[in-house]
Write a new protein. Structure first.
Length: 157
């Protein structure tokens, strides 16, 4: 029990340190964000904005530029409030991910993602829309399986 507490405390300290480093490098990061020690936010060029309560899991990449292509004026990578980015996902430059959205494990997001959806795959596609209960609450509830607990498929509507 004590070992688990120490590990959890250390992981939290690493995340807070990493968030402070990214803020120092010019990335706008909101309150209560978690960035895994093994996640990468590319802060060398381009503008990246991360909202409140965002969680970025291990092995994920948030990119602000593509090395071989010039940046467009006003190009910005944005993760809005309450976004969850799961393991090994890649968010390409110039993409906006809407509030309460979930990016599934291994997804490659190359286009804008609307609010309150779950995207998965390469390229990322909308696979589910969040239920009305989740929208009213303003947070996305994630279960142990990594999927939203209460979702309504588009076909059911």
């Amino acid at each position: 029990m004590a070992v688990r507490r120490i590990k959890s405390w250390l992981a939290g300290m690493l995340s807070r340190t990493k968030v402070c480093y990214y803020r120092f490098m010019g990335i706008t990061i909101g309150k209560d964000c978690y960035v895994s020690p093994y996640a990468c936010i590319d802060s060398r060029r381009g503008k990246i904005t991360i909202g409140d309560n965002v969680s970025i899991s291990s092995g994920s990449y948030i990119l602000g530029h593509v090395g071989f292509r010039d940046l467009k004026d006003g190009q910005e990578t944005v993760l809005e409030d309450n976004v969850k980015v799961f393991v090994n996902a890649v968010v390409l430059p110039g993409v906006r991910i809407g509030r309460n959205s979930v990016v599934g494990a291994g997804a490659v997001v190359g286009k804008d993602v609307p609010a309150n959806v779950v995207v998965m795959g390469n390229p990322a596609r909308v696979v589910e829309h969040m239920g009305v209960e989740d929208r009213a609450e303003g947070r996305c509830r994630i279960g142990a399986t990594g999927r939203a607990d209460t979702v309504n498929a588009v076909k059911d509507r």
